[in-house]
Design a protein around this ligand. Structure first.
Ligand SMILES: [Zn+2]
Length: 162
């Protein structure tokens, strides 16, 4: 994903309606969208409240924006659901999801990354921290990357135990 990233909290999903070069894009809440269409650089969006919006979307694909926002929503919900499973249950009121679950059956390479188990959530966090620690270690000029990585990991694990 190379544009502005969607803002996501479960089924609350705001997607930017312009590319990376725009400093202040318009944002559309997919959880408020019932349906949409796009044609000739214009998007028509019908909200769950019955309003019709028309926006210029020249040079972008609304379908891709909806897909990417939906993916991030499902990913976030996958993490929450599979983390909470150990302690109890977590249910989402999908009647307020708007079109955030439009791509729930998509089988693209992004959607295949959505965690479906506690082990996959654990693997996600492990991979994320490995990447972050590695990037931090690369910027440490006082020691080797491998040693810096071990120091950062050790500090993180101490803090996590508190
Ligand atoms: Zn997909």
């Amino acid at each position: 994903m190379t544009d502005h990233l969607p803002l996501v909290d479960g089924h609350i999903v705001y997607v930017p309606m312009s590319g990376k070069r725009s400093r202040n894009p318009d944002w559309v809440g997919l959880h408020h969208v019932e349906d949409y269409s796009e044609f000739a650089g214009k998007a028509t969006i019908k909200t769950t409240g019955g309003m019709l919006l028309q926006l210029n979307i020249c040079g972008m694909s609304l379908q891709k924006k909806v897909h990417d926002g939906s993916f991030m929503s499902e990913f976030h919900l996958g993490i929450i659901t599979n983390t909470v499973r150990r302690y109890g249950s977590f249910k989402v009121d999908s009647s307020k999801a708007g079109i955030t679950n439009k791509f729930i059956h998509c089988s693209c390479r992004f959607h295949s990354l959505i965690p479906r188990s506690e082990e996959e959530v654990h693997q996600f966090w492990s991979n994320l921290f490995t990447v972050l620690f590695n990037e931090l270690a690369k910027s440490d000029v006082t020691m080797s990357v491998a040693k810096s990585f071990r120091v950062i990991s050790s500090l993180f694990n101490k803090v996590r135990r508190w």
